[in-house]
Design a protein around this ligand. Structure first.
Ligand code: PLP
Length: 283
């Protein structure tokens, strides 16, 4: 595998990162994950804007002469996946410096990126998935896509161990989002999803899905869903770069609706797939 590190494309086993790197010592960095649909980087502009937002929020200077779009395209080419389904991961840390909490005066940000083949979760798209609810133990800046993901990792592990696809994080009684996805339910025919705030990541897939809802005349309420109301949900779904629109058919031990992907979810899922196809065609 060819990866990108600090200006160079090189075999992964030759990539060397200092043990003083602040991403290693402090999880002091930000990242992005994009889907490449046969070489087309989906909604790339929004991903770059969010990356910029995260880096600014962490006060990490965006590295000079680093064009993330070119790096992503080059990685797809060099790994022979420019015509395949793939994901691209990019990370910027504050750089390497002797371990002190305070920002180092002269560290250069470390930029690391890789691309990997990706298989669409077609079976799960068809069947729908189970999720569990877990307490949200994250900090109060979930809007920053920081590499500090330990609460997400623990929640996701708990979900896997419970035979679930995803953990839905509950803060102050509200089901806000998943460990790596946004979350929505259908209550009385209206799609409810947590509003943008410092308590959720503003997902690009969520943004696309809400745009499609508007085009399809699906009513939306950007309002946090109380955990207690989840039992009344007729449908539920996850939004995310690797999930697109993923139907949720079980929350903890309770079926959602009939325990099958619901009609509104199906409609949105298909509209998302169609939109991806349209973006690919437009290039
Ligand atoms: N929420 C969290 C916590 C995430 O980590 C992610 C993606 O990694 C999302 C939501 C979905 O965001 P996107 O649609 O941009 O992938």
């Amino acid at each position: 595998m060819t990866v990108y590190l600090n200006g160079e494309f090189l075999p992964k086993d030759q990539a060397r990162i200092s043990p003083d790197d602040r991403a290693f010592l402090f999880a002091d960095g930000a990242y992005e994950v994009l889907r490449a649909y046969r070489g087309h980087l989906f909604r790339a502009r929004e991903h770059w804007d969010r990356f910029d937002y995260s880096l600014k929020a962490l006060r990490i200077a965006s590295p000079a002469n680093t064009d993330f779009a070119s790096i992503a395209s080059e990685l797809l080419k060099r790994n022979n996946i420019a015509d395949a389904e793939a994901t691209v991961y990019l990370q910027v840390s504050r750089g390497a410096a002797p371990r002190k909490h305070v920002f180092p005066a002269d560290a250069t940000p470390t930029v690391y990126a890789f691309a990997a083949p990706f298989a669409n979760p077609v079976e799960k798209w068809a069947s729908g998935v189970k999720v569990i609810t877990v307490p949200d133990q994250r900090w109060a800046r979930c809007d920053i896509k920081s590499v500090s993901l330990l609460p997400n990792v623990l929640a996701n592990q708990q979900a896997q161990e419970a035979g679930a696809h995803e953990a839905v994080l509950v803060r102050d009684g509200f089901a806000l989002e998943g460990s790596l996805s946004n979350f929505a339910v259908v209550l009385d025919g209206v799609l409810h999803t947590a509003p943008r705030s410092n308590y959720i990541l503003p997902g690009i897939s969520r943004l696309v899905a809400l745009g499609l809802c508007s085009a399809l005349d699906i009513p939306v309420k950007e309002f946090p869903v109380a955990e207690a109301d989840l039992k009344c949900a007729a449908e539920a779904m996850l939004f995310g770069t690797t999930n697109e629109v993923m139907p949720v058919v079980q929350i903890n031990e309770r079926k959602v609706g009939e325990g099958q992907p619901g009609p509104l979810t199906r409609k949105l899922q298909q509209a998302f797939r169609d939109y991806v196809g349209e973006c690919q065609r437009r290039g």
